[in-house]
Design a protein around this ligand. Structure first.
Ligand code: NDP
Ligand code: 8X3
Length: 253
């Protein structure tokens, strides 16, 4: 039977690349983000290319607990059987020493990366077909494995994602729900533009002289992870550009 994948943050970057690859692979897609216009375009493009799949899109700000519960509870009944959840929505804001950090930036990262992931998971888990290939994939980061200068709060949120992935794996074990953390290094998406509050020049410089990962690289990794046999779970997968050894040690040419 065709599996349904729920992807948060499908309007850009890794989430969009997952939608594109999983559509090609024949999955039905539940896609959400704040920018509904982008999701509409993506849906049209994917349905034109892959007319046999089904796609349902909706606007969602994962930071809003009430909205998350309301929107997911209100899904059409045909969409209330979810096989795979990709908790991808997330962001970094600012790259400053902690003493200069902006409280608004901190709140946005904590509310999106930690609380948003929790709100969505709490609403989606009851809709998962436990034991029948049910799988949660959380987007962690190299920033959840180490702390780098000025990464402070973003690194803390991704360390929290790492802890929540481990916690989910324990709590959902009796239900047979697989839980995986995908932890990328540098991926060229809108991530750095968002981190630097729209400063495109600064964002571009992050990838100067280095070949970063692409959203497609991560989508292919996620496809590998969700297609392992029923008795196999990939707990944690750290994936870096070849030219990046740690969060900050990069071989630039
Ligand atoms: P992008 O900025 O390209 O995409 C982020 C996505 O998250 C967008 O679709 C955005 O949609 C969505 N999003 C952000 N805030 C919210 C919100 N409040 N509610 C709903 N959706 C939201 O970045 P990436 O694709 O790179 O990031 C995806 C994930 O990967 C993040 O969790 C990030 O931390 C992680 N990651 C990224 C790395 C990188 O180097 N790029 C490396 C390691 C991990 P919209 O704005 O329309 O709401
Ligand atoms: C995004 C990658 O290196 O900026 O999580 O932390 S990094």
């Amino acid at each position: 039977m065709t599996k349904t994948v729920f992807i948060t943050g499908a309007s850009s970057g890794i989430g969009q690349a997952c939608a594109e690859l999983l559509a090609k692979e024949g999955y039905n897609l539940l896609l959400c983000a704040r920018r509904l216009n982008r999701l509409e375009k993506l849906k049209d493009t994917l349905l034109a290319a892959y007319p046999t799949i089904q796609i349902h899109i909706f606007e969602l700000d994962v930071r809003d607990a009430e909205q998350v519960a309301h929107q997911i509870d209100g899904l059409p009944s045909a969409w209330k059987n979810i096989n795979i959840l990709i908790n991808n929505a997330g962001l970094s804001q600012g790259l400053d020493p902690i003493q200069n950090g902006d409280i608004g930036d901190w709140d946005r990262m904590i509310d999106t990366n930690i609380k948003g992931l929790l709100y969505v998971s709490k609403s989606v888990i009851p809709l998962m077909d436990a034991g029948n290939g049910a799988h949660i994939v959380n987007l962690g980061s190299i920033a959840g494995k180490e702390v780098y200068p000025n990464g402070n709060v973003y690194c803390a949120t991704k360390h929290a994602v790492d802890a929540l992935t481990k916690a989910m794996r324990i709590d959902l074990l009796p239900q047979g729900i697989k839980v995986t953390s995908i932890d990328p290094g540098m991926v060229e998406t809108e991530f750095s533009e968002v981190r630097f509050h729209g400063d495109r020049e600064k964002a571009k410089n992050v990838y100067n002289g280095v070949q970063p990962l692409t959203g497609k690289d991560i989508a292919e990794t996620i496809l590998f992870v969700i297609t392992r046999p029923a008795h196999v779970n990939i707990n944690d997968l750290l994936i870096m550009p070849t030219a990046q050894a740690t969060g900050t040690i990069v071989n630039r040419k």
